[in-house]
Design a protein around this ligand. Structure first.
Ligand code: SF4
Length: 414
């Protein structure tokens, strides 16, 4: 009998070679996944039931109450989406349109600018399968995939043999790490680790662009022109290069332009691509779906047929300015992830959560609706970190609804 493979929704890599064993209808053993993936597929501290104001409630009542809150709110916001299927994201966009709500996702304060530049064709990208088959120079910049996406190096970027990289990683590939600290990925890159001070990424991007243009590259920190030119030459000689952009790089840039300039310069003299190291399994799907609908990837407000966009529509600004009076949070835990001074504003508005896991936000929510876990309990589609759409099926059966169905039911009550 042929093996049946499933997809892990533990991170934006969406590994598609997962085997599972079931016992009493539950996943008892997971093969091929990393520990992070096993935790996602097997263990989730799940809420036992729907709750309204902390008291157990039926699913029906929770859905009706969620719809009532959204209908009666003057200024609702929908937020989260990175851990939702593409269908759930599309349904959430419909809910936002019908309720005249703000709509934002977690990319708003992480990889959003990079994905936006890719979708607007400002930056050249490629797929992970192309990296596996062709890449000879791989740069991990502000990224530590050994920990954030544990199978990134082994499945796609550094260690595997590919069609045009048959001799293995030691002979066929050069892995370079640029980071502020010696991470596990930096250790793997050995003497190709370039340590820079915090906030020095822009200086190095500009210096590399200068080095590639034949100018003497200079930076204010302890990296001499010789070392920068040595790095620039490695990039220049690449037959197929890729920069895997992590949050360390994104967070240190005030704007994306220095990265775009370096990519342009690299592609004048070499063949370079960029892939954002997207964390949540379908954050990129949320960007793609909203972009298709509005031309923007995040931070919008729907008003009738109009769409408003800008930094003032980001969930952080909305909470800071106390612009919103209700929030529907889907597959996200902003009370844990946002700065405390911003997150505390959620305590003063009506919050609805749809989440497979029991989180700090779901525990404090006015209405909390547990959903099936995408990947293990419900199927769907998602967009991998490299922009490839991946379809996945459920591993087990559940009596819980998936997030897409819950949103459809809420829509029916609006
Ligand atoms: Fe799952 Fe990511 Fe680990 Fe792959 S690397 S098994 S997608 S958590």
């Amino acid at each position: 009998m042929e093996n049946e493979y499933y997809v892990c929704t533990g991170c934006g890599l969406l590994c598609d070679d997962i085997e599972v064993e079931l016992e009493d209808g539950k996943v008892s053993k997971v093969n091929n996944a990393c520990l992070k993936g096993v935790a996602r597929l097997k263990e989730c501290n799940r809420p036992a039931e729907c709750r309204i104001d902390g008291a157990p409630a039926s699913l029906e009542d929770a859905i009706i109450e969620a719809a009532r809150i959204l209908k009666e709110a003057d200024s609702p916001v929908l937020f989260g989406m990175g851990n939702s299927t593409s269908q759930a994201q599309k349904n959430a966009i419909e809910v936002a349109k019908r309720t005249g709500a703000y709509f934002d996702d977690t990319s708003s304060f992480c990889q959003g600018p990079v994905v936006e530049a890719i979708l607007e064709n400002k930056i050249r990208t490629c797929t992970l399968d192309e990296v596996k088959d062709k890449a000879d120079v791989i740069v991990y910049w502000g990224a530590d995939p050994s920990n954030s996406h544990p199978r990134h190096l082994s499945k796609y970027t550094y260690f595997p043999r590919g069609k045009e990289r048959q001799r293995g990683w030691e002979e066929d590939r050069t892995a370079i790490c640029i980071d502020v600290r010696k991470s596990d990925t930096a250790t793997i890159c050995g003497d190709k680790f370039y340590q820079i001070p915090p906030q020095a990424d822009e200086e190095l991007l500009n210096a590399l662009a200068n080095g590639l243009s034949g100018k003497v590259p200079k930076v204010s920190f302890g990296m001499g022109p010789k070392k920068i030119l040595e790095l620039a030459n490695m990039l220049k000689k690449a037959e197929f290069g890729v920069i895997c952009v992590g949050l360390g790089l994104v967070y240190s840039l005030e704007e994306i332009e220095p990265l775009v300039r370096l990519m342009d310069k690299l592609n004048e003299v070499s063949n370079f691509h960029l892939i954002p190291m997207v964390g949540q399994y379908n954050m990129r799907g949320s960007n793609h779906n909203l972009h298709e609908e509005t031309g923007y990837i995040n931070r919008v407000k729907f008003t009738g047929n109009d769409v408003e966009h800008g930094a003032h529509c980001s969930v952080v600004e909305l909470l800071r300015a106390r612009t919103v009076d209700a929030a529907l949070i889907i597959g996200s835990d902003p009370m844990s992830s946002l700065p405390g001074s911003i997150a505390k504003e959620l305590l003063d508005i009506s919050v609805i959560t749809i989440d497979p896991c029991n989180t700090l936000t779901s525990r404090k929510a006015k209405v909390s609706i547990p959903a099936a876990t995408a990947g293990s309990e419900c199927g769907g589609t998602a967009v991998r970190m490299d922009g490839v759409e991946v379809e996945f099926k459920a591993m087990t059966e559940t009596d819980r609804m998936c997030d897409a169905e819950i949103l459809e039911r809420i829509m029916g009550e609006l």
